[in-house]
Ligand binder design. Structure first.
Ligand code: ATR
Length: 259
């Protein structure tokens, strides 16, 4: 029987997930479709999931937290992150997972960082910081304001004002600075200091040379954007849809064509 998948989001038009998953479906000769669903009211997510007879789905902004609450069961690190990006139908239940954090780790593990500094304290930062900590990596967080830092009780945290210099193997930008504007994620003089004290700079924003990455390149650091994170979260989600039936290297090979 043909399987049906979608991505829920608002907006969702820009999403590259349908392209990634369709390449994997085609490459692995499967009978399935993957489309986009614009969902304005996140509280309707579960109803729509069952009404549309979906076998699985991905969830993007701003619905990851509501999706977590609506699942019949949540598995793995999604329970700690309290947000899901992947839904799988199992015995008529909607099961939730989070593959964002795994995808991020997969994309940076080649650098073998032991100590990282994360810029920003939103949902993406929370997912990444929890996962990296579980992998034994020392994680510190720096954010513009102190309010969201309350969610990071088990981490060393700073605001721009309280930050003091120290070396980190890697600096990761999870703020939206540089996404639709040309701003730095911290004031320029502070970012100069931070980037002078590391080897590698990673941005979760993809397909864009953000001001953050540009400054890191000027300082001759190793740099990486968010494309591989996006790719690997998709690889893992796809295999969850198919109950781990495939070799992740094969899925990756086909999904890469979307970039
Ligand atoms: P996401 O789910 O993508 O992580 P989010 O939860 O809205 O997004 O979090 C956005 C993060 O980026 C926050 O840490 C925010 O800082 P505040 O807590 O002070 O609001 C940070 N942020 C957003 N725009 C920023 C900017 N222009 N400069 C620096 N930090 C910014």
């Amino acid at each position: 029987m043909a399987k049906h998948f979608t991505i829920f989001g608002n907006p969702v038009q820009h999403s590259i997930s349908p392209k990634m998953h369709s390449f994997a479906i085609e490459g692995l000769s499967l009978d399935a479709t993957y489309d986009k669903t614009l969902l304005e009211d996140g509280t309707k997510l579960k109803e729509v999931f069952f009404e549309n007879k979906l076998d699985g789905a991905n969830v993007t902004v701003p619905h990851k937290e509501i999706a977590y609450k609506l699942c019949d069961e949540v598995r793995g690190i999604a329970k700690d992150i309290k947000a899901v990006n992947t839904l799988v139908l199992e015995d008529n239940k909607m099961i939730g997972y989070n593959t964002d954090a795994w995808g991020f780790y997969q994309s940076i593990k080649e650098y073998d960082a032991k100590d990282v500094l994360i810029l920003g304290a939103g949902g993406t930062s929370k997912a990444i910081s929890l996962f990296l900590k579980q992998k034994g990596i020392k994680v510190s967080i720096i954010n513009r304001s102190s309010k969201r830092l309350k969610d990071f009780k088990d981490f060393q945290t700073f605001t721009w004002d309280s930050y003091h210099d120290s070396y980190h193997d890697m600096v990761i930008n999870t703020t939206s600075a540089g996404l639709s504007d040309d701003s730095y994620p911290t004031p320029k003089d502070l970012l100069d200091k931070i980037l002078s004290n590391t080897k590698t700079a990673v941005d979760v924003i993809y397909n864009k040379n953000t001001p953050f990455l540009q400054l890191a390149k000027e300082k001759n650091l190793k740099t990486k954007d968010g494309s591989d994170m996006l790719l690997f979260q998709g690889v893992k989600a796809f295999n969850l849809f198919y109950h781990d039936r495939f070799d992740e290297k094969d899925i990756e090979k086909f999904m890469r064509k979307a970039f």
